[in-house]
Design a protein around this ligand. Structure first.
Ligand code: SF4
Length: 328
């Protein structure tokens, strides 16, 4: 900027000051984010069971994949088990939002357990579609993460007819299927674009492929992904709040990376950001998985305010709807 001066005024310094002001550190909050209706319902069901059941409330698998929330429910006395076999006869059991195999219901009945079902109704609909396809003699290609409880629950609705694939690399598993009666279903929380691509490739392999009657990827998942896509390109850093096991949180992090965020981290708690170098970061995007409470996001925002990110913009599917300066 040397030489940009006149009458004793250093224009270079003024321009530099303006530029510094323009790159004020800010947070972009992707909206919608956090709790979906299925998780909200599941968490309320467990809360109510703990409040109203007389004995210990058992929960088969994690009610939702959120470590701080699971710890909260453990502190309230809920006992989490892997299978119903671990539960004493006659006790109350809550089934997680991800859904269960029919065998879990049979075992619960055999042990005379009081079943409180928190399966998301949208997952139940996919179970029903799997059974319908099976009854009509279709082979079912189920796209999803093989060991995820939702995929296990859906697979077990029609295990003899269902073939789980993660992506095109698994197409070899489908050799020998009668191409005239093939349908596909998917996990509810996959990357919507990736799933569309895989289904397209599947149709090239099986031209008579039957689509699910309605999109398996739920609206909550698609909206959270679209909100991330809309702002990721502006972000030097993107923080996805949610647990390692949370499929939808991991997808949000991947989508942020693919959509232009320079760096992406997934955290359960604000403390996980401590020690991070923010010197080259001006804009931080934040989203949260469908199983994450808003107070967890607020914790992350407060932590970032402590390292200079005092301005936050709420971005509903990319559009600014609110801004806050100073203490957030
Ligand atoms: S992400 Fe979708 S399918 Fe999963 S619990 Fe939420 S609403 Fe239900």
């Amino acid at each position: 900027m040397a030489g940009l001066s006149a009458g004793g005024v250093d224009f270079g310094a003024i321009i530099e000051r303006i530029q510094v002001r323009e790159v004020k550190k800010r947070i972009l909050l992707a909206s919608p984010r956090g709790f979906c209706l299925g998780v909200d319902r599941g968490v309320k069901i467990l809360e109510s069971a703990i409040n109203n059941e007389k004995g210990v409330v058992y929960v088969r698998k994690e009610i939702v994949h959120n470590v701080p929330l699971i710890n909260y429910f453990k502190a309230r006395g809920a006992v989490f088990v892997k299978e119903v076999d671990e539960i004493p006869n006659g006790c109350a059991v809550v089934f997680s939002t991800h859904g269960v195999a029919p065998s879990a219901r049979e075992k619960a009945a055999a042990r005379n357990l009081k079943v409180i079902d928190a399966t998301c109704p949208l997952v139940t609909k996919i179970h029903e579609e799997a059974v319908k396809f099976k009854n009509h003699g279709y082979a079912i290609v189920l796209i999803g993460i093989p060991n995820h409880p939702e995929i296990i629950g859906t697979y077990m609705q029609a295990p003899d007819n269902t073939h789980v694939i993660q992506d095109e690399n698994d197409f070899g598993k489908l050799d020998g299927i009668d191409g005239s009666r093939v349908a596909w279903l998917s996990q509810t929380t996959l990357d919507a674009d990736v799933t569309k691509r895989i289904a397209g490739r599947l149709r090239e392999k099986f031209p008579a492929l039957k689509d699910p009657p309605r999109d398996c990827i739920c609206r909550a998942t698609k909206e959270r992904q679209a909100a991330v896509k809309a702002i990721a390109g502006e972000c030097d850093l993107f923080v996805a709040v949610g647990s390692e096991k949370s499929s939808n949180t991991r997808r949000l992090a991947e989508i942020a990376r693919k959509s232009g965020a320079k760096r992406v981290v997934r955290v359960d708690t604000p403390e996980e950001l401590d020690g991070m170098d923010f010197s080259f970061v001006n804009t931080i995007g934040i989203t949260s998985g469908a199983s994450v409470e808003e107070k967890q996001v607020r914790g992350v925002v407060s932590r970032l305010a402590g390292v200079g990110f005092n301005r936050a913009e709420e971005r509903v599917l990319g559009e600014i709807t609110a801004t806050a300066d100073g203490e957030i």
